[in-house]
Design a protein around this ligand. Structure first.
Ligand SMILES: NC(=O)c1ccc[n+]([C@@H]2O[C@H](COP(=O)([O-])OP(=O)(O)OC[C@H]3O[C@@H](n4cnc5c(N)ncnc54)[C@H](OP(=O)(O)O)[C@@H]3O)[C@@H](O)[C@H]2O)c1
Length: 236
């Protein structure tokens, strides 16, 4: 899809940190922006008053999503595993069901999601995910398994999807478009750090990058030592 064909985008989970950065990038590109967030979080979008439309509601509510994505050429979805009510898979399903055919659908998640089982995780990373999954279940606050289910549904769909898998995140000024690779464990990703503002940039750029259709890029900051070494290696 070329840039000219993206005019209107919906950002689902717009009030979060990643969501707000995506709103900013999308407005900078001149897109018409519709955002979905929980009713109580609408004030977090005050900085964008008059420049975007907000549809308040739970992101896993099919009726909310149906209204929000109407007429959108692209849908950017922050997949979050909050609660124990299948929030992430409900959100993904509502987007898959209601986005217009042919729309670009871009979803966010973390490196722990694997598309083909070929990712190679360090022992520390695997242990961290296991502990987080168990603890989260114990306190009934987060359902990591449901984010896995959400992505499984996206991978199985025949829509024009991209699942962007984020490394560890940090705040800070933009450093530029992150680099990506198909599998965690590839040397270029060793730096395991991305600025959140650049994660958002990658999501918004993916709307017009057809090479990312039906891909699950694992991303890392372009200024991390591993990304710089990879760029140097490619040059020489
Ligand atoms: N955090 C990390 O280190 C990390 C690492 C890799 C990838 N990621 C991925 O990056 C994306 C953004 O994650 P983030 O950690 O940076 O968070 P974030 O951008 O601040 O987004 C959090 C989202 O969760 C919503 N939320 C919070 N509590 C909720 C609840 N109880 N019920 C329903 N929704 C709730 C927030 O909505 P409200 O504004 O309404 O509260 C917001 O939309 C996610 O897809 C995540 O998997 C994160």
């Amino acid at each position: 899809m070329d840039t000219d064909r993206v005019k209107k985008v919906c950002i689902i989970g717009a009030s979060g940190k990643l969501g707000q950065y995506m709103v900013g990038h999308a407005l900078e590109r001149g897109y018409e922006v519709v955002g979905v967030c929980r009713e109580r979080s609408v004030p977090k979008l005050a900085a964008f008053d008059g420049r975007m439309t907000v549809v308040p509601g739970d992101t896993n509510d099919p009726e909310v999503i149906r209204r929000a994505v109407a007429g959108c050429d692209g849908v950017l979805t922050v997949l979050v595993p909050w609660g124990v009510r299948q929030y992430a898979s409900g959100t993904a399903q509502a987007v898959l069901d209601h986005a217009r055919p042919g729309a670009r659908l871009v979803f966010s998640c973390g490196w722990h999601i694997t598309r083909d089982g070929k990712d190679k995780y360090s022992r520390l990373f695997t242990l961290g995910v296991r502990i987080a999954t168990v603890l989260a279940k114990l306190v009934r606050a987060v359902e990591l398994d449901d984010q896995v289910e959400a992505c499984r549904r996206v991978f199985a769909s025949d829509t024009r999807w991209t699942v962007v898998r984020g490394s560890s995140l940090e705040e800070g000024e933009s450093q530029g478009l992150p680099v990506w690779s198909r599998h965690v464990g590839d040397p270029v990703l060793a730096g395991n750090l991305t600025r959140r503002v650049d994660f958002a940039l990658f999501m918004v750029e993916a709307l017009t990058d057809d090479t990312l259709v039906q891909e699950a890029p694992a991303i890392v900051g372009c200024r991390t030592p591993s990304a710089l070494a990879h760029a140097e290696g490619s040059r020489s």
